[in-house]
Each structure stands twice: as C-alpha cells, then as structure tokens.
Design a binder for this molecule. Structure first.
Ligand code: NAP
Ligand code: MG
Length: 402
C-alpha cells in the first residue's frame, strides 16, 4: 500500500553524475512506496538552454506555489561549459536565480555517521551553518589609490538635507580602498530565517561578529539579531534553546571544542569560508546537506556538492563509479519530511525517517562509496559502486517497510 503524499512536491532535476544518482533514488527508494504528485522541472543544462532559462524561473514559481522543492545539483556554466553544451548564453547559476526569487537563507548541515570519523574529535552532533547571502565584500566597490590624497565616506541624503562626510584615510602614497554596505531589511530577514530554523530544529543559535572593532557596521548585525531574538523570547524558552552572542574569534574557538548541535549564523564572508571548513571537517562533501529557507514559508532541499563531473566522465567511458548518493538521498527525505510536517501526515515523516535510517545503517554496516571507504573506522569496508550502494539502501528500506 503506497503512502499518500497530500500536496505535490516540486522536483528539480539536474546534471551529470548527480542526475544519474537522482533517477536511481527516485526509482528505487521513492516511487515504489509513495503515491506522490511530483511537479517535475528539468534544470539539466540542455533544457535550461532550450527554454532560455525559463524553466528555472518556472521551478522557483512552483516552489512558491506548492511550498517544498527538492533539487538535484546543476552545472553553473563557465566558458568551458559554453563550448561543451554549445550554449546560447552563459546562463546564471540556477541556485542564484531561485534564491533571488525565494529571498531565502541557505542552511548547510552535515550528516553524522558513526563509522565516519570527524577530523575534530569533539564534533558528535551536526554543526549547521547559515550564511547571510547579501552584501559586505560581495557587493563591494574598491579602488587602488595611485598616490597621495584624501579618501572619504560621503552620504548624500535623497531628501536634500546636508551631506555627511567622514575621512577614511589621508594617503601619503600608494594604497587600496574598499566600500561595502548592507541593509537593515536583509540583515533582519536573515535573523528571522535563522530564528525560524533554530526553533524548528530545537537547536541553539550562535552569532559571532567583530563588533569591538566595527562598532557601527558589525554592531548593527548584533543589535538586529538581539531585537529579533527578544521578540521570540517565549518561543526560545518553550523550545528549550538559547541564543549566544560573542566575538567571532571566541565563536571559532568554541566551535572547535564543542560537541556541535547548534546553528551558527555567519556574516557573508565568514559563512563562505567556514562552511568549507566545516564540510571537510565532517568528512566528505557527499555527507553535506543544504536547505534554502524562505521568509515566505517555503523550502528547497539539495545536496551541498556539485554534479561530480569527474565521476560522470568515468561513467561515460563505461568505467565503474563510486559516487556517494547520501546527500542527494537526504535532499529527498528532507523535502518529504517537511512536506509531511506541513500536511500533518505523520506517515510521510515516518517514511522519510526510515529512508534516512536505511541509508545510515547501510554505511554503518560497512557498505559505502569510495569517498567514505577511504576514511571509515570500519576495518573491512565494502567499496560499493554508485548503483550498488543505492541497491543496498533499497534492500534495507524494503525490510523496514514490509
Ligand atoms: P563537485 O561536484 O562538488 O565535486 C568536487 C569533487 O568532490 C569531486 O570530484 C569528488 O572528488 C568530490 N565529491 C563531491 N561530491 C561527491 C560525492 N557525492 N561522492 C563522492 N565524491 C564527491 O564540484 P565541482 O567538480 O567543482 O563542480 C562540478 C559542477 O557542479 C560544476 O559545473 C559546478 O558549477 C556545479 N556545482 C553545483 C552546485 C549545486 O548545484 N548546488 C554546487 C557546487 C557546484 P574526487 O574527484 O576526488 O572523487
Ligand atoms: Mg566558500
């Protein structure tokens, strides 16, 4: 008897090795058990090109309409891809296009597996990281200063009131200068997304800044977060979670000796850097999940890694591959669990739990892909092929569901 999924789920297909994995997951782990209406959008690069990237825009609209999407990794075209796919245009990153339409925040969370060691001994629970994806150096204006001269910050109010000026530096010789900005509105919606996520997952929220040095710019982040946390004080208490604000260097030091299990809210640059540090610290890119949470109340789940191009070319040559599908499986289960929560259908949530348990138990039994086989603490791991791993998960899942 198939499990009924009440509301449609939006499915965004993608490219290369992950597209192959995606189909296997759907065929072997999802469709045999669910009665589900998948709203399918093919974001494979060829189809994006054929539709003038309209399919990406349509997929974002569908997520807004139905509430939950699951996405396969996609190619962000560069010069080489332009040639490889004879593209009409160098299309923008689909993730960027979708994020702009959903106005969301991305949360990255590692999957913990008992026999896959973390490089940091203390990390026994996932450290989830949220990156503010607007402004700071990513929207900077900068110059080289060719010689002696004065540099200033100038604000010219639109309403005609007097200009405000502040000297940045009186250069005596060669140098460099940079102007950055952020918006109260963007910082506030980031704070709200982090709070919504922390409350939903019942995990503590941490924020670190350098407000001792940046007494206005960084301090604005601190104050906005504090206002938003204060507004949700009762909900924090009810969820049994806390908010920690401290200096960014103190946060980094604490992260290294903490067991994990918190949400770490990061300014744009910190998030860019620290998310890569955490991903390798937790073992493999194949174990990192990602969810885009929109303040409009909609969600998009995906693996944090890319399309694993190198493995795809092996596959095209007919060679055996051993690509880890765990994060892609968890994209499906994350989306299904959220769908079940929003629809109040506990059997869908339970199904997602079982697929995840089957996946983790497969790895913990010693059957795993090459990326994990090379780092596991299990003494005689079986290095599975891409399909062999999914088949092993499917077998365990079947046993749980009959
Ligand atoms: P990648 O696909 O993440 O792969 C980089 C390397 O990491 C792989 O060659 C592989 O290492 C390892 N790896 C990543 N995921 C793995 C998995 N599931 N199982 C086993 N090993 C895994 O990054 P990339 O090669 O730089 O990018 C390829 C394409 O993906 C690009 O076109 C890029 O635009 C796109 N991309 C998309 C997204 C997205 O849609 N969210 C994100 C990032 C990149 P070994 O080769 O050593 O085995
Ligand atoms: Mg980075």
């Amino acid at each position: 008897m198939a499990i009924q999924v009440k509301t449609p789920l939006v499915e965004l297909d993608g490219d290369e090795m992950t597209r192959i994995i995606w189909q296997m997951i759907k065929d072997k782990l999802i469709l045999p058990y669910l009665d589900i209406d998948l709203k399918y959008y093919d974001l494979g690069l060829k189809h994006r090109d054929e539709t003038g990237d309209q399919v990406t825009i349509d997929s974002a609209a569908a997520i807004l309409k139905y509430g939950v999407g699951v996405k396969c990794a996609t190619i962000t075209p560069n010069g080489a891809r332009m040639k490889e796919y004879s593209l009409k245009e160098q299309w923008k990153s689909p993730n960027g296009t979708i994020r702009a339409r959903l106005d969301g925040t991305i949360f990255r969370k590692p999957i913990i597996v008992n026999n896959i060691p973390r490089y940091v001994r203390t990390w026994n629970k996932p450290i989830t990281i949220a990156r503010h994806a607007y402004g700071d150096i990513y929207k900077n204006v900068e110059m080289r200063i060719p010689g002696a001269g004065k540099t200033e910050l100038v604000y010219t109010p639109a309403d005609g009131s007097p200009e405000v000026r502040q000297v940045i530096h009186e250069f005596k010789n060669l140098g460099i200068i940079q102007g950055v900005h952020n918006l109260d509105k963007s910082i506030r919606s980031f704070a709200q997304a982090c709070i919504q996520y922390a409350l939903g997952e019942k995990i503590d929220l941490w924020l670190g800044l350098k407000d001792t040095i940046s007494k206005t710019y960084h301090a604005r982040f601190r104050d906005i977060f504090q206002e938003e946390v204060d507004a949700k004080k009762a909900e924090f208490e009810k969820a049994g979670i806390t908010y920690l604000y401290t200096l960014i260097d103190d946060i980094v030091a604490r992260i290294m000796r903490h067991e994990g299990g918190m949400l770490w809210a990061c300014m744009n640059y910190d998030g860019d850097v620290q998310s890569d540090m955490l991903a390798s610290g937790f073992g493999s890119l194949g174990l990192m999940t990602s969810v885009l949470v929109s303040p409009l109340g909609v969600y998009e789940y995906e693996a944090a890694h890319g399309t694993v191009q190198r493995h795809y070319y092996q596959h095209l040559k007919g060679e055996k591959t051993s690509t880890n599908s765990t994060a892609s499986i968890f994209a499906w289960t994350g989306g299904l669990r959220k769908r079940g929560e929003l629809d109040s259908t506990p059997d869908v949530v339970d199904f997602a739990d079982k697929v995840e348990a089957a996946t983790l138990e497969t790895i913990e039994s010693g059957v795993m892909t090459g990326d994990l086989a090379s780092i596991t603490t299990s003494s005689n791991p079986t290095k599975a092929t891409t399909e062999g791993f999914i088949d092993a998960v499917a077998e365990r899942l079947k046993a749980k569901l009959v």
